[in-house]
Design a binder for this molecule. Structure first.
Ligand SMILES: Cc1ncc(COP(=O)(O)O)c(C=O)c1O
Length: 368
């Protein structure tokens, strides 16, 4: 549906649509011409190498989604029934669901007011009280890294693995290091709404070769090295297609531009809405500003007013500890993310968002 502005008809403004570079077809044509259209091939290998180079993390595995990457991270860590996994509560459900896939129990931990990411003090309390916690899933929210100095120290002290859910933070930094370099394992998503996309896809990275080698085997049905199909463990069908890796390589070329554009959009919102409270940017890093988020007295009224103008906005993630499906899961804190959910709104933030459209968003928000 299109909206009318004066006598003009303007297209819908989406929250975070794909933004192609124009080079995707060249890469796709190469994949098709070479007949590498399977879930393996030169673009998959090159995409992995390029993500390794970008993040400085030596081992990378291209997968069909970020969710698959999180699932395999927990499997190679040996997490299973009887174990608990601490997880940021303020996140998308895909951060937590893989904990259930492996039969473990999630323990949700609230965010800090200052960063909206995992609260190290509450995590310490959870780790002190729950020796069953074997891993932590720390989520980089809306493109902002967690405070990894604190989280890494805690996890190292307790011998607990740190899984960095960097699905939203590709291109961000933490203390001048690329996002994804902070966890024992880290996960990226190339879903259609992310900073760059393969339409759907993910990546698992780690400095520990054995974990990535094991995940690689598990991602292709856990086939043993034999001429016939021999299996000693349960595998999955999680590999990324060479076609999608080709798209990913074209997208990766423009990642710095895409991050710069989203940061510009975020800065412009701040400039045009000086009396509105925004998600804080932590001093320890540079976010990729995947989505620009604000706190408002009545966010739903504003969302509906934007929708009237054919502008897509969205509430913040509903915290996992408030989700009916996780009703019984233990939770540490919870008030901060509950308040952020009550007042938060994600504004259109796509890297192709034009100044006119952004001004229309701001004017509609102001009027509401
Ligand atoms: C924080 C977070 N974790 C995990 C995922 C899952 O990634 P995917 O959609 O690629 O499975 C997403 C996004 O979709 C996400 O935002």
């Amino acid at each position: 549906m299109d909206a009318s502005v004066g006598s003009r008809t303007v297209p819908r403004v989406y929250l975070s649509p794909p933004h192609l570079s124009g080079r995707e077809l060249d890469y796709l044509r190469d994949a098709i011409d070479s007949n590498w259209v399977a879930p393996l091939g030169p673009h998959v290998d090159a995409f992995e190498a390029e993500i390794s180079e970008l993040t400085g993390v030596p081992h990378a595995l291209a997968l069909s989604s970020g969710t698959a990457a999180l699932h395999l991270a927990l499997v190679v860590l040996g997490i299973g029934p009887g174990d608990e996994v601490a997880c940021s509560s303020l996140t998308f459900s895909a951060s937590a669901n893989p904990i259930r896939f492996v039969g473990a129990t999630p323990v949700f931990v609230d965010a800090t007011e200052e960063t909206w990411t995992l609260d190290p003090a509450l995590l310490r309390q959870a780790l002190d009280e729950r020796p069953q916690i074997k891993a932590v899933v720390a989520v980089d929210l809306y493109g902002q890294c967690c405070d990894y100095d604190a989280l890494r120290a805690l996890c190292a002290e307790r011998g607990v693995a740190l899984v960095q859910d960097a699905a939203e933070s590709l291109g961000a930094t933490y203390r001048e290091e690329p996002a994804g370099a902070q966890g024992d394992l880290a996960v990226f998503s190339f879903n259609g709404n992310k900073v760059i996309t393969t339409s759907g896809g993910g990546m698992l990275v780690s400095r520990t070769d054995e974990w990535i080698a094991h995940a690689r085997k598990l991602s292709t049905q856990a086939r043993e090295p034999a001429p016939h199909y021999e299996h000693t463990e349960i595998g999955f069908n999680y590999r990324l297609s060479n076609l999608l890796a080709a798209v990913g390589r074209a997208q990766l070329e423009v990642l710095p531009d895409r991050v710069a554009a989203r940061r510009r959009i975020n800065a412009r919102y701040r400039e045009l809405l000086p009396d509105v409270e925004f998600m804080p940017e932590a001093a320890y890093g540079t976010g990729n500003c995947w989505l620009t988020c604000v706190l408002l007295p009545e966010p739903e009224r504003v969302r509906l007013a934007l929708e009237e103008e054919d502008i897509e906005a969205r509430p913040l993630w509903k915290p996992m500890h408030l989700q009916p499906v996780y009703r019984d899961a233990p939770v540490y804190g919870g008030e901060v993310s509950a308040r952020l959910f009550e007042h938060g709104l994600c504004l259109p933030s796509g890297s192709a968002l034009g100044e006119d459209d952004q001004r229309r968003v701001v004017e509609t928000l102001r009027a509401a």
